[in-house]
Design a protein around this ligand. Structure first.
Ligand code: COA
Length: 267
């Protein structure tokens, strides 16, 4: 995925800042790294697979973005704390945290094993808790910053084949609001972006393998790009959003609010 659309933001918007993106080596996470990096942030990423991290860091460095990685699993608090220490030793600050790491496989509730359900909740929800706490304790409590959680637009609806993900992301939305309230006094804004159908992601490929083509996926008649999510993250981290916190914004071409899904086109 390298579908960055031209930016409406000035290129030095995040100059001097450090952005820590979990799951930043692939998919939407890598696009978030690229877009934040193109706006001046130094990038730190965390994920389980070192070869993907290495490749992503090299790719960003070829584009002139300063990037660094730590290997670890967001489910392991001690690994997360070690990663945060490593990033602070390297870059000296963590202004932006993007909780993007997520596990997902499409399956009916009746076929998700307890371990499968637990794995997804542990990555998506506990992982967000683990990393947010570690960054708060080690840096943002003293210095403020931004946290952006990557959620899903499922909170108010049923989501077939996504029982584990929908439950976990509803928890992420709740954490987003609670952290915004508790950490606002520390100068930390906490928001979330809930992506709709985004092209060329592992998640969409897994879905396409089990669900027949359901059309363009939004009333706009298009699917999204990773850079659509990345620019929403960038907006939340920008001074333009200085009074916005505790919000979950769907970036989905109006798919979530399309209750009847009639696909009428221009009427
Ligand atoms: N269907 C049903 N169950 C599945 C599954 C699938 N496609 N994929 C994983 N599971 C189950 C496993 O069977 C296991 O349960 P069990 O022990 O009862 O058999 C459980 O989930 C954990 O799987 P495992 O692979 O051992 O754990 P893991 O922690 O390494 O990885 C995921 C779990 C969910 C993270 C893994 O499936 C994954 O890497 N997904 C890709 C990440 C992704 O798509 N990210 C994009 C998010 S939108």
């Amino acid at each position: 995925m390298n579908d960055t659309t031209p930016s409406s933001f000035r290129p030095d918007l995040l100059a001097g800042q450090v952005a820590f993106v979990t799951g930043g080596a692939t998919g939407i996470g890598k696009e978030i790294c690229r877009v934040l990096g193109r706006h001046g942030a130094r990038i730190a990423m965390l994920s389980r697979r070192e070869e993907k991290l290495k490749a992503a860091v090299e790719e960003l460095q070829r584009e002139g973005i300063e990037a660094h990685y730590a290997v670890g699993d967001v489910r392991e608090p001690q690994a997360v704390e070690a990663a945060v220490r490593d990033i602070l030793a390297r870059f000296g600050r963590i202004d932006i945290l993007v909780n993007n790491a997520a596990g997902n496989f499409p399956a009916p509730m009746s076929q998700i094993s307890p371990n499968g359900f637990r794995a997804v909740v542990a990555i998506d929800l506990l992982g967000t808790y683990n990393v947010s706490r570690a960054v708060f304790d080690a840096w943002q409590r003293e210095h403020g910053g931004n946290i952006v959680n990557i959620s899903a637009p499922f909170e108010l609806k049923g989501a077939a084949l996504q029982a584990h993900v929908a439950a976990a992301k509803a928890g992420v939305d709740s954490l987003t609001r609670t952290c915004a309230v508790e950490w606002g006094p520390y100068g930390i804004r906490v928001n979330a972006v809930a992506p709709g159908q985004i092209e060329h992601t592992e998640g969409m490929q897994r879905f396409a393998a089990v669900v027949e083509d359901s059309g363009p996926g939004s009333p706009l008649g298009i699917a999204g790009h990773g850079s659509d999510i990345a620019h929403a993250v960038l907006f939340f981290c920008s001074p333009a959003a200085r009074f916005i916190s505790g919000q979950v914004i769907a970036v989905d071409g109006a798919a979530t609010v399309d209750q009847l899904k009639l696909g009428l086109g221009r009427i």
